[in-house]
Each structure stands twice: as structure tokens, then as C-alpha cells.
Write a protein that binds this ligand. Structure first.
Ligand code: 4AD
Ligand code: MG
Length: 478
């Protein structure tokens, strides 16, 4: 058997007359003549043309959508629209049949909901080939961005005994039997008997461990899976998602904002450069999808223009307090168009408020800073006003919060005080507090939700469509 050439390579080739072999999966077979083959090397298919007097009719009948094939023949200039080259088939081999009656993917449009149920096969559609290629490219770009800057990539534990965010949204990890859990004197589950000798959970964030690394390497980042048992069935929440968390010694909140903005712009530009075909395809897909929506809900910019726009404009920086003023005085608030009316300072911002600021008011990405301490995590640096902390959230059009971060409380006394107020047991976090005891320095970091970034770059509206096998409430299929 001759060696195959990847389809992406063949599509670029001008070696007309050369005999080549391509292997892949049949996307469509039209007019008993034109086979569209894809091998995953790009989203564009190769056309292989079978002559009308091809001798083996039964073989052609096996050219169904999804079947895997090997074709050998002459590379010729294509007369058809849409491609420069095609293969004139000399020999054709079916590597694996695909029963057209049973194969769920047909050569027609399927809804995203339908494809979610067929997530084991949906990579074979052009939409998901594009989305997951971009996912890969963004992951690579993130590593490249930090590596080029000299950051150290740090692996933080997946199983941990701490709740980094203090929000209590954790999945327990245990080997204790449910029907005979050991109990202590007080009748509570006795985790001393458990695998790790204490209660453990899946991590919600690698931040606290990343801070330990930053106190030696100066600049570190994590990139790993995180888990949250929040029962919010929204299009932007998954129970298992990937997070990128840089942590930098000697950085203040201003440096932190700049790093985040630079990183986002770098990786978006990287995807635009590396995936022009994928982004073009997704742009067209989105325009089609938006035609179903009422005019006033359609976006003003297409996907490509939206990404460009984000690169060309500085993110709007403002404080939480300023944002509350804008929201309180907005017509939207006065006419009670928000589900949660903003009454006063201290209110937690809902995604409708975030999106109003980004999409209606500023019309560009926004960085909100200095939130009330009561709605933020214990580790954030307290401002002198006694009310706010050096937090930052980055809000993106169509997405809402894409990044959450802060300058950290590096002063031992203030940190201990805050932990006490929030009932976070200091004994369990002695190791974290040790960084403040032994050579503490100002530092800052943030967490980027990887799936939310992919949603932004691909224009996909549901987090379930940007992670291969999503985990959401009542769903852990595959
Ligand atoms: O704002 P969060 O909770 O911040 C942290 O976890 C900090 N420890 C980060 C840090 O400072 N190192 O989460 C960070 C980001 C959010 O902005 C959001 O993009 C994403 O993680 N995120 C989720 N993405 C998908 N599904 C969920 N359930 C998410 N929860 C948070
Ligand atoms: Mg947050």
C-alpha cells in the first residue's frame, strides 16, 4: 500500500499528474462520482472523483457518510468550484464500513443539541472539528505566551483538602463505604479512616499552591482541570472546566490587569493567525444561526470583526463603585428591565449587569476592580477604606466574566483577621500562611476560564460545545 499524504498538504499541492494516496472518512458521496474525504488535517475536504465507468459498482455503494477509505490516483487541477485540486481515483479501498441506516451523522445540518448527545462522534462535523482545533491552538498559545515570558508551568494537585475559594462547592473524594461510614465519638463521619486520613475533595482552583511556587520562581502559572459542584445549569458553567492561573511575585493589581489583557490579546491574535479557515467557517455558521434571532438580539459585529475589535481596543478599567453608579442610573435599571434591580452599593453583580456594562454601555471588554470585600474571597488584599479589596474581574461581550483575579493579601495579620471573620480554619492553611511568615512579598494573579475563552473565540454560545465531553448537572456521559 502506498504511503498516504495528508489532505491539508494535498490541497496546497500543485504537483499535477503525480500519483498520490489519501486516507480519511467520507463526508459525502454525490452523483455516484464525487467523494468528499476528510482526514482531520484541516477542515477542508478533498474531492476524489470516480469515473462514470468505474468497474466496481458494489464498492461504490459502500461509500456512505462516515465510512473510512483509502484512495489512490492522479492529482489533477479541479474544474469544480471550491477547490484547486482533486484526485482522479484509480484504486479505492474501504477501510471500515459505516452503516448509513445506523450512523447518526447524516450529510445535513444537525442541531447542536442533537450533536451533544452524540459527542463521541461530533468531532467528525466541520463545526466541532473547527472548535476543537481552536481549543488545541489556544492551549498551545497560552503555554507559548507564558513560556516566552519565562514563567514556570506548575502542576498543582487535583485532589486536595482545601477549598481555595472558600465557596464550599466541592466534589468529595473518598473511598469510605456509603452504607457503613465509620463514625467518631460525636457521630460525625470519621475521615481518619478514609484513604488520605482526612476529608478531601477535587480542587476548585490551583491558586493557593501556585502562590507557594511564585514565592520561589517569581512567575508561575497553572493550567489544569478544576471542579465545581455548583448546581447552576447555565450555558457558561461546567462542573469540570480548565483554568489557567498565573501568579506573580512583586506584581500589584495594575500589573495584574496588564498581564491579563496582554495574555488575552496574544492568544486571540494567535488563534486568528493559526486558524483562519476555522474562524471563517465559524463566522459563517454564526451568521446563519443569528438569522433565527430577532433583529435587536443579533450582534453588530461578525465573529472575525468582534475578535479584531477586541485586539484593537484597550479594555475599559473602572472600579466596582463606578460600575454601580452607572448601573443604578441606567434606564435599564430605572425601567426595571434587570431581573435583579441594583438598589445600592454592595450588591453582587449578576451576569445581566456585567453584560449591560460590556455590551450596552462601554461596548468593549471591561475590567472591574475594587469590589466589596464581602462578596469576594478571603485571600484578596484589603484596601485602606476597610470596605473593598483589590479584586479584578474581566468581563467580555457575550460571555460575562472570563477572568477573576486579585492582588493577594500579603500581610499576615490582615490575612489571619480576614480568615477569622470568614470562618476559615487557619490550622488547615498553615502552609499558605507560612508564605506570609517567611519572606512575604506583594503579589497578584488571576484565573482564566479556558472554556469561556474558547466560547469567545469560536462564537459558540454554550460551554457544552467547547469541551469534548462536558460535565454538567445530571450529565457525565462518555
Ligand atoms: O473567579 P474564579 O472563581 O477565581 C478563582 O478560582 C481564582 N482562584 C482565580 C485566581 O485568582 N487564581 O474563577 C476564575 C474563572 C472565572 O472568571 C471563569 O472564567 C471560570 O474561571 N469559571 C468557570 N468556567 C466554567 N464553569 C464554571 N463553573 C466556572 N467557574 C469559574
Ligand atoms: Mg469569579
Amino acid at each position: 500500500m502506498s504511503k498516504r499524504t495528508k489532505i491539508s498538504e494535498l490541497l496546497q499541492s500543485t504537483d499535477y499528474g503525480k500519483e498520490v494516496t489519501a486516507k480519511g472518512w467520507v463526508r459525502t458521496f454525490r452523483n455516484n462520482q464525487f467523494i468528499a474525504i476528510n482526514d482531520g488535517s484541516g477542515i477542508n475536504n478533498l474531492q476524489a472523483v470516480v469515473s462514470l465507468d468505474f468497474p466496481d459498482e458494489p464498492l461504490l455503494r459502500r461509500l456512505t457518510t462516515g465510512a473510512s477509505v483509502s484512495v489512490t490516483g492522479e492529482l489533477v487541477e479541479s474544474l469544480g468550484k471550491g477547490q484547486k485540486v482533486e484526485i482522479k481515483v484509480k484504486t479505492l479501498e474501504i477501510l471500515g464500513d459505516c452503516d448509513a441506516e445506523k450512523f447518526p451523522l447524516q450529510p445535513k445540518k444537525h442541531s447542536l443539541e442533537f450533536l451533544r448527545e452524540k459527542a463521541h462522534l461530533r468531532f467528525r462535523t466541520t463545526t466541532f472539528a473547527a472548535v476543537f482545533k481552536i481549543r488545541h491552538v489556544l492551549a498551545f498559545a497560552i503555554h507559548k505566551f507564558f513560556n516566552d515570558k519565562g514563567f514556570v508551568y506548575m502542576h498543582t494537585p487535583i485532589i486536595t483538602a482545601s477549598d481555595a475559594e472558600g465557596a464550599g462547592e466541592m466534589f468529595k473524594v473518598t473511598t469510605l463505604p456509603f452504607d457503613a461510614t465509620p463514625r467518631d465519638e460525636a457521630g460525625k463521619v470519621d475521615f481518619r479512616e478514609d484513604f488520605f486520613g482526612k476529608a478531601t475533595n477535587l480542587t476548585v482552583s490551583g491558586q493557593l499552591e501556585a502562590e507557594l511556587g511564585a514565592m520561589a520562581f517569581g512567575e508561575v502559572y497553572t493550567f489544569g482541570p478544576t471542579f465545581r459542584a455548583e448546581n447552576s445549569n447555565t450555558a457558561r458553567h461546567a462542573a469540570e472546566f480548565w483554568m489557567i492561573e498565573p501568579e506573580v511575585a512583586f506584581n500589584d493589581l495594575g500589573d495584574n490587569m496588564q498581564l491579563a489583557e496582554d495574555m488575552l490579546k496574544y492568544v486571540i491574535r494567535y488563534a486568528l493567525d493559526a486558524c483562519p479557515h476555522e474562524i471563517e467557517f465559524l463566522k459563517t455558521r454564526l451568521l446563519e444561526e443569528e438569522k433565527q434571532k430577532p433583529l435587536d438580539e443579533r450582534s453588530e459585529l461578525d465573529l472575525h470583526a468582534k475578535l479584531q475589535f477586541c485586539l484593537e481596543h484597550e479594555f475599559q478599567r473602572l472600579t466596582y463603585t463606578e460600575a454601580i453608579e452607572i448601573l443604578k442610573n441606567s434606564n435599564h435599571n430605572k425601567k426595571k428591565k434587570f431581573k435583579y434591580i441594583i438598589e445600592s452599593w454592595g450588591a453582587d453583580l449578576q451576569s445581566e449587569h456585567e453584560r449591560y456594562l460590556v455590551e450596552k454601555h462601554f461596548k468593549k471588554p471591561v475590567i472591574l476592580t475594587d469590589y466589596p470585600k464581602d462578596i469576594k474571597a478571603f485571600y484578596m488584599r484589603q484596601n485602606d477604606d476597610g470596605k473593598t479589596v483589590r479584586a479584578m474581574d474581566i468581563l467580555f461581550p457575550g460571555i460575562g466574566e472570563i477572568i477573576g483575579g486579585s492582588q493577594r493579601e500579603e500581610r499576615l495579620e490582615q490575612l489571619e483577621q480576614r480568615m477569622k471573620e470568614m470562618h476559615i480554619p487557619a490550622e488547615e492553611l498553615y502552609w499558605y500562611l507560612d508564605t506570609r511568615r517567611f519572606g512575604t512579598v506583594p503579589h497578584a494573579g488571576f484565573g482564566l476560564g479556558f472554556e469561556r475563552l474558547i466560547m469567545f473565540v469560536t462564537g459558540m454560545g454554550n460551554i457544552r460545545d467547547v469541551i469534548p465531553f462536558p460535565r454538567t448537572p445530571k450529565n457525565a456521559e462518555f
